[in-house]
Design a protein around this ligand. Structure first.
Ligand code: F6P
Length: 354
């Protein structure tokens, strides 16, 4: 029979993302309303190692749903990957009688949750990153806000490009993923979107800029994902040489990671937070909450991490050996569908980019 939980912890780890606070609020309120106690763990796994914690009450999460960042703060913590670090983390769990933890973050955060689960702590991961680069879910908390912030900024760049008859090459965050670049590129009418996921036909790009010029087009935005390392800045130097169009380079950087979360991020973060607590109450562990279409669902963490490796082409040797042939086929189909959806939106964006 599943062990009955009494006290759960919450932590945020990796890069912060708007909407994390909405999750923290939802987890805290749902847990307290369900008779569980809640321990806030500050600065991610580092706080678990250093026992930087506080017992939360209902009012501790008041007035945070509208705030960017994370009230629990976040940190990267190499020590947590060591046996000594894990021992210290487990000592904190024992000291505070924490028997379940909801961890909010990206794939690194999920790996930490997997390690904790192996030491007997019931862990549920919530996908929190602006990058939308977690394969197991269609949506990550923070993605929508980051894109909405970005389109406001790119619209402004476009105004000044139009006035000056210029091109602006914009580099945008996303880690190695092109999801933000793709969607923001489409939504801002960018002339070209450059991402690692799709091949780039450079001569076609330059020809289209030249054609645009002949047709009296005055503004050009080229959206480049930061994962295409070093490309954007160099391209901004080459465009004037090849097309004669005055060009500027803009790196949007961390500014897209802050700010008040959008409605979509607040709602999904709340739904995911409640789902995490429900899973813990049901005695589940070692799961990640996901969104498939508009449905909030969940998946085994190890399965989710393997899927992620498969999609990103870095499967570890033997990673598939524990899965049946049909499960591996399911994983491959999942990745294929994801790639096809990406490619289809990319092609649509380019098709209407003149
Ligand atoms: O994962 C979120 C993210 O903002 C990425 O888009 C970016 O590559 C990275 O974090 C930046 O990390 P840091 O905050 O350590 O500079």
């Amino acid at each position: 029979m599943a062990k009955k939980l009494k006290r759960i912890g919450i932590l945020t780890s990796g890069g912060d993302a708007p909407g994390m606070n909405a999750s923290i609020r939802a987890i805290t309120r749902k847990a307290l309303n369900s008779g569980l106690e809640v321990v806030a763990i500050y600065e991610g796994y580092k706080g678990l190692i250093e026992d930087n914690t506080k017992l939360y009450q209902i009012r501790d999460v008041s007035n945070i749903i509208n705030h960017g960042g994370t009230i629990l703060f976040t940190a990267r913590c190499p020590e947590f990957k060591t046996e000594e670090g894990m021992e210290k983390a487990m000592a904190t769990c024992e000291k505070h009688h924490i028997d379940g933890i909801v961890t909010i973050g990206g794939d690194g955060t999920f790996r930490g949750a997997l390690d904790l689960s192996r030491h007997g702590i019931h862990c549920i991961g919530l996908p929190g990153t602006i990058d939308n680069d977690i394969t197991s879910t269609d949506y990550t908390i923070g993605y929508d806000t980051a894109m909405n912030t970005a389109i406001q900024m790119v619209d402004r760049l476009r105004d000044t490009c139009e006035s000056h008859f210029r091109c602006n090459v914009v580099e945008i965050m996303g880690n190695n993923s092109g999801y933000i670049a793709l969607n923001v590129g489409l939504a801002t009418g960018s002339s070209q979107i450059v991402v690692n996921e799709m091949p780039l036909d450079e001569s076609r790009m330059f020809d289209e800029i030249k054609t645009g010029k002949e047709r009296k087009k005055r503004h050009y935005i080229i959206m480049v994902a930061e994962g295409v390392k070093g490309y954007a800045e160099d391209l901004a130097k080459r465009i004037p040489e090849i097309t004669g169009i005055d060009t500027r380079f803009t790196r949007l950087g961390h500014v897209v990671r802050g700010g008040s979360p959008t409605l979509r991020d607040r709602v999904i973060a709340s739904q995911m937070g409640v789902e995490a607590v429900n899973l813990l109450i049901q005695g589940k562990s070692n799961m990640v909450v996901c969104m498939h279409g508009e449905e909030i669902t969940s998946m085994d963490i190890e399965y989710a991490l393997t899927l992620d490796q498969m999609y990103k082409g870095n499967l570890k040797p033997g990673a598939l050996s524990k899965y049946s042939i049909s499960t591996v086929e399911e994983m491959k189909d999942f990745c294929t569908r994801k790639r096809e959806n990406f490619a289809s939106l990319y092609n649509l964006a380019l098709d209407i980019s003149q």
